[in-house]
Each structure stands twice: as structure tokens, then as C-alpha cells.
Design a binder for this molecule. Structure first.
Ligand code: BES
Ligand code: MN
Ligand code: MN
Length: 455
């Protein structure tokens, strides 16, 4: 442990400089205008894996962005860790809300501000540096395989194909991912579940063209008004989701499981203050930790229609649209939920509009085991580097490929994330605390040590 700490201390400036270099490349997978930069990022990652000591480093071409693969097989009889991460990031918009530019990493108050600082460049890069450390210090006690993809933020569709076609190459005893959050450095935690996702886009059409709102308004249904009403009807007075059949497959937790979830430290006042809200909201009968961890949700991610430019234009729009996502929990199925939503949304459309529901990507929920050797190794590593046992928590986000690792490769995952919920993921001023970054690099080698010992 002393040896690890010393190496991190001596190399921390370089570890930061390299991460900054990575953060300066705008690898936005959703927007084709960043294509060259996304590829440049993949090349950067491959280069760093190579110089850290990985063998067989390769940019694996897909129908989309390349997957960076690299491995170090020290001994076939040792356990194998498959590290997964993503080098792509979310679009930085709205740019005007950033205090410093998204692709010029800036340190303020011990935190690195940049798009991707936490999600996921800062987090997967900890693994590259921890690997370097283990190589340099002769500490690597497991085989390791790296698979860092460039399309997580757009649904990982090509990774699914890659996994199916590379089962042999990807065989491992555990998948290790740092792409989630912990409660805090004082209260380390390990996420033990991820929610699934159904994502749809809806379009409501009224008249066959935009109309003068004075000439026609009041006599023709306004699709924006109708869409708003339809969306409002998707939650009932208890904030339950009003799509028939939506809850049919939801796994209800036992009282003791719910009790455990609610034992995690959570300060409602601090939560509200941090978000600038007077009151919280949510499904009746559940706490905030349950609402974000073990219950499904339905959210409007964007809604538009009509005139949204400068000044006032009087118009009755022909169309209104919304992007709607549903977070799913065990044992809901993404395809089933998408179909239930589509059927319901079409059925509530009044005669004066037509609606179109188009599905986007989806993903299945997962629960990761807490009684496995890998989980125990992660808990032991955290206990040693943080001086405190990690608390198991259920995360609200989604990493759809995790369910696929289980299904296609038969490998369970450990979610050893070092981010914080307050790191502004997908939002302006995304950040990652330097302390979390360095602590992560320190903890990962301990995971390898204990995974090898306990296996
Ligand atoms: N790293 C996040 C997921 C996450 C964040 C899990 C925080 C747990 C805590 C990941 O990059 C992500 O943003 N996933 C998307 C889904 C994907 C299909 C675009 C999400 O959760 O919205
Ligand atoms: Mn991520
Ligand atoms: Mn993300």
C-alpha cells in the first residue's frame, strides 16, 4: 500500500497532465462534426495503453467508432479482469452555461472541470494509470483485458455486435467498470445495480401546415397544447406512471432490502439546497433513494414545437415533439415497455391530432452480486484505501452493455465508480475531484491484489 501511494504521489502531476490532454480532445459521439476527434481519442487511448505495457493493443473497427482493445496475460492460471470504459462524451451544450470552456480542462477548488472529466475519461483513465503502476512495480497479480469503447453515450449498439463476435477474446472472470458514482470520499460506496432504459421520440401533428394563430387559433387544436396534456397524463396524482401494464414486471423489494437501501447516508436538506429546489417530488410511498434506485421512472428529456426564436411570432404550429425516456428496474424488459408506451400513447391521442412514436436505443436493468469474490475484493480494496467499508447502493443511471456482458459472456460486473452524483454528468460544468481521481488509481491495484488472493 505504501509503495502504491508513493508511486501515485510521485507521478500525480503527470497523471493529471495526461488526463488533461485526453480531455482536450472533443470526442462527442452523438455529433458527426466531431468524427475526427473521436477517432483521435481512440488513437490516444491505444497509445497510452501501449506505453503502460499492454500487449495486442488494437483499434477494433466497427460500423461506428473503434473499440480500443489491449491486454496483459501474465499467467493463464490467474484470474482475468476485463476493464470496460468509454472514451466518448456527451455533447457540451448549452455552451453558454459553462464557467470555463468544456474542452479546456481547468482546475478550480481541487476539481477538474471539463466534459468527460468524470463520465468517463477521468474514470477509465484511472485504470490505465493503475495498470502502469502495477507493471512498473511488478504488482500485477491478475490477467487484464481492456475494452474502451467510443459509443456508450449513443447506446453502444456496435459494441453489442463486437461482444457477440469476440466471446473468446473477451473471456474473463469479472468485468470491472468505473463509470458510476460513490456517495463521497468519507462515505465510499459500491453501486450494485443499474437501471435499464426505454427511449422514444413522439411527434404530435395537428393541421397540415403552420397557421396564423389569430386566424385559426381557437378553432383548430394546437399540437403543442395537446402534447403537453398527453404528457401530463402520463403520471397520476400519486406520480405513478399511468401506462397500463407498466409496473407488471417490476420486482418489489422485501422490507429488509428496502431498509438497507435507506440506511445509506442521505441528507434531504442538503439535497434540496444543492439543486435549488424548495420541495422534492416523486412516486408516493417511496423515499428519494428508492425513487432513484429501485423504482422505474418516465421523464421528458426535451420538448419542442412552434416558434422558439427571438421575439414573438404568432403561429399555431403544425407539429410538437418530445423525447421521452423510461428508466427500468428488474424484471422489466425494454422492448416490452417501449411497446406498452407506444400503444398507450397512440390510444390517448384525440381525433384532432395524429401521433407518431419512434423508439430509440434501449437497455436492460441489472443487479450485480454482493456475495461474489470480485465484490468482496472491491470492498476490501476500498476499505483499505478509504479506511471505511463501502456501502452498497443502487444507482439510477444506465450502462446497457452490462446486461449484455452477463447474457453473452456470462460474466458479472463490479461497478467500482469514483464519481459523485454532484459531478454534473451530461450537464454544464461537469467535474471530477482530483482527490477522487488519485484515490481511484490507488484503489484499483488493491482490487487486483485481493481478487487474485481471494479467487
Ligand atoms: N456513466 C453513465 C451512467 C451512470 C451515471 C451510471 C451515473 C450510474 C451513475 C453513462 O455514461 C450514461 O450516461 N448512460 C446513459 C445511457 C446511455 C444509453 C446513453 C444514461 O444513464 O442516461
Ligand atoms: Mn459513462
Ligand atoms: Mn454518460
Amino acid at each position: 500500500m505504501q509503495e502504491i501511494k508513493k508511486y501515485v504521489e510521485e507521478n500525480q502531476q503527470r497523471f493529471l497532465d495526461e488526463l488533461f490532454e485526453l480531455l482536450r480532445i472533443p470526442s462527442v459521439s452523438a455529433d458527426p462534426k466531431y468524427k475526427d476527434d473521436v477517432i483521435k481519442t481512440a488513437e490516444f487511448v491505444a497509445e497510452k495503453l501501449k506505453s503502460a505495457g499492454a500487449d495486442k493493443v488494437e483499434l477494433c473497427e466497427t460500423a461506428g467508432y473503434p473499440i480500443v482493445y489491449g491486454e496483459k496475460i501474465i499467467d493463464q492460471s490467474k484470474p482475468t479482469v476485463l476493464v470496460y470504459g468509454h472514451y466518448d462524451v456527451q455533447p457540451p451544450d448549452p455552451l453558454e452555461l459553462w464557467d470555463t470552456p468544456p474542452f479546456e480542462p481547468t482546475v478550480r477548488d481541487g476539481k477538474i472541470f471539463a466534459r468527460g472529466a468524470c463520465d468517463d475519461k477521468g474514470q477509465f483513465y484511472m485504470h490505465v494509470k493503475a495498470f502502469e503502476l502495477m507493471q512498473e512495480k511488478g504488482l500485477l497479480g491478475c490477467n487484464v483485458k481492456f475494452m474502451i469503447e467510443g459509443e456508450e453515450e449513443v447506446g453502444s449498439e456496435n459494441l453489442g455486435v463486437f461482444v457477440e463476435n469476440n466471446k473468446e477474446r473477451l473471456s474473463a472472470d469479472v468485468v470491472l467498470i468505473s463509470d458510476t458514482a460513490m456517495i463521497s470520499l468519507e462515505n465510499p460506496s459500491l453501486e450494485t445495480g443499474l437501471r435499464g432504459l426505454s427511449y422514444v421520440e413522439v411527434e404530435v401533428t395537428g393541421p397540415n401546415r403552420d397557421l396564423h394563430s389569430g386566424v385559426y387559433g381557437g378553432a383548430v387544436a394546437n399540437p403543442a397544447t395537446i402534447l403537453a396534456k398527453m404528457i401530463a397524463s402520463l403520471h397520476d396524482e400519486n406520480n405513478h406512471i399511468a401506462v397500463p401494464g407498466f409496473y407488471d414486471d417490476v420486482a418489489e423489494l422485501s422490507d429488509s432490502e428496502r431498509k438497507q437501501i435507506n440506511e445509506a447516508p442521505f441528507e434531504l436538506e442538503t439535497y434540496k439546497e444543492d439543486l435549488g429546489i424548495k420541495e422534492i417530488w416523486g412516486e408516493k410511498g417511496y423515499t428519494t433513494l428508492e425513487r432513484t434506485g429501485i423504482r422505474p421512472t418516465l421523464e421528458v428529456n426535451g420538448i419542442w414545437g412552434g416558434y422558439i426564436g427571438e421575439g414573438a411570432k404568432t403561429v399555431l404550429p403544425s407539429k410538437a415533439n418530445a423525447k421521452i425516456s423510461m428508466r427500468l428496474v428488474p424484471n422489466q424488459d425494454s422492448e416490452t415497455i417501449t411497446q406498452l408506451f407506444k400503444k398507450h400513447f397512440e390510444s390517448i391521442a384525440p381525433d384532432y391530432v395524429t401521433v407518431k412514436v419512434s423508439p430509440h436505443h434501449g437497455g436492460e436493468p441489472v443487479v450485480t452480486p454482493t456475495d461474489s469474490v470480485a465484490y468482496k475484493a472491491a470492498a476490501k480494496a476500498i476499505a483499505e484505501s478509504f479506511g471505511k467499508e463501502p456501502i452498497p447502493t443502487r444507482g439510477g443511471g444506465s450502462i446497457p452493455i452490462v446486461a449484455l456482458f452477463e447474457k453473452e459472456l456470462g460474466i458479472k460486473t463490479v461497478l467500482m465508480g469514483f464519481g459523485l452524483d454532484s459531478d454534473n454528468l451530461h450537464s454544464p460544468n461537469e467535474k471530477y475531484d482530483i482527490a477522487n481521481y488519485l484515490k481511484g488509481i490507488e484503489t484499483i491495484p488493491l482490487f487486483y491484489k485481493y481478487f487474485n488472493e481471494l479467487s
